[in-house]
Design a binder for this molecule. Structure first.
Ligand SMILES: Cc1ncc(COP(=O)(O)O)c(C=O)c1O
Length: 382
């Protein structure tokens, strides 16, 4: 089997991740941060070690400003719904995932003023266009670091400067880049970084989080959920302590143990090495597809401007046919359609049919990429 759906979730997971999850259940199955006995303390220690690993990985000085959530969608909702009030202005791009667009459209109905800056047809965002849209007094700029549809990387460092010059915060959706591109929140000056654990970070589903930069004033960031935290239990009001303010309810300690192991695995491999590997594969894939006259490949031709995700369509053919035939006839797993990002497909001109998306990962080989290119060509010719 050739697995080319890493943009949806990475697979297979490193054995270290699976071992860490089993180990927690077998050896440290108490409720972290709740009881005082050894099983609870050990579970709490593992969760804290994962928090430290995530903080170090993203260059965040304070592990207590790493808030664990069920996925990046929850982290994005926490930031968007926690920060934005009626009358606030928020700016985003035209290639965002629905995990940003849907909460923003709901907030717009409640009086938040939303500006969507159009990206080019290859998904690139012109920093000049962004700067013109981010008026002084804007509350938030929210951008994905890279598109999940065609892999185009957005200029988040420039966006941070633009946001800060206008007095706004920058929220980055790093679903497609955490573990795949180097991300240092202090160097890039990212205020809020939302990540998911089950893609490039090699962790299990059900994990993710929000990393909050040290300079962000959290008094104006409301929690999404309130409840038991194991701390300040004498009060009926939500505590202000971090991360407890945003982490009510029993933590997904099993998942977080796996996430911690995934982050350590990626760190040992080295993000630069992973990036170099994926860059070569994505370049070969894109160039091979672009060489077929019937095929249109999306995203910028320069591989350095993309992640390992490549999207294409074939003139006169349904994308669903390709997904099915790659799977059934060639044992190649990919994803076709709109990839939860209709805005991105409108930008590319591929709405409503969508594209065939091939997404390489750290275990993908060059031989698998060549086999896939041959399979696509055979389906076109058959
Ligand atoms: C850019 C982007 N944002 C958000 C998400 C949502 O991720 P999750 O389902 O892990 O919350 C995805 C996942 O496909 C994504 O690619």
């Amino acid at each position: 089997m050739i697995y080319l759906d890493h943009a949806a979730t990475s697979w297979p997971k490193p054995p270290e991740v699976i071992r860490a999850m089993v180990d927690l259940l077998e050896r440290a199955g108490g409720n972290p941060g709740r009881s005082g006995h050894r099983l609870s303390i050990e579970a709490g220690r593992i969760v804290y070690a994962a928090r430290e690993a995530v903080a170090e990985f993203f260059g965040a000085p304070d592990p207590m400003r790493v808030v664990f959530t069920a996925n990046v969608t929850t982290a994005l909702n926490l930031a968007l719904r926690g920060l934005l009030r009626p009358g606030d202005r928020v700016v985003t791009s035209s290639i965002e995932h629905n995990s940003v667009m849907r909460p923003l459209r709901a907030l717009e109905r409640q009086g938040v003023r939303l500006t969507v800056v159009p990206c080019a047809a290859d998904g690139r965002l012109d920093p000049g266009a962004l700067a013109r849209a981010v008026e002084p007094g804007t509350r938030l700029v929210v951008l994905n670091h890279a598109s999940n549809v065609m892999g185009t990387i957005l200029p988040v460092a420039e966006a941070a400067t633009i946001a800060h010059d206008a007095g706004a915060l920058l929220l980055v959706d790093a679903a497609q880049t955490a573990g795949v591109l180097p991300i240092h929140i202090m160097a890039l000056k990212i205020d809020l970084l939302a990540f998911t654990g089950h893609k490039g970070l090699q962790g299990p589903p059900g994990t993710g989080g929000l990393v909050i930069a040290p300079w962000v004033d959290v008094t104006t960031l409301e929690p999404l959920v309130r409840g038991g935290t194991g701390s300040r239990s004498e009060f009926e009001e939500q505590p202000d302590l971090l991360p407890d303010k945003y982490e009510s309810g029993t933590a997904n300690s099993v998942g977080i143990a796996g996430l911690g192991a995934g982050v350590r695995f990626v760190q040992e491999r080295g993000v630069e090495a992973i990036r170099a590997h994926e860059l070569e594969l994505a370049r070969t894939l894109y160039d091979g597809l672009a060489g077929l006259p019937e095929v249109t490949v999306y995203g910028p031709p320069d591989a350095a401007l993309r992640t390992g995700t490549v999207s294409f369509t074939v003139a006169g053919r349904q994308v669903s046919e390709f997904g099915l035939r790659l799977d059934e006839e060639y044992n190649i797993l990919c994803r076709v359609g709109l990839h939860c990002a209709p805005a991105a497909h409108r930008t590319l001109g591929t709405f409503p049919q969508g594209t065939v998306r091939l997404a390489v990962g750290l275990g993908t080989t060059l031989a698998e990429v060549h086999t896939t290119l041959q399979a696509v060509e055979r389906i076109i010719r058959a």
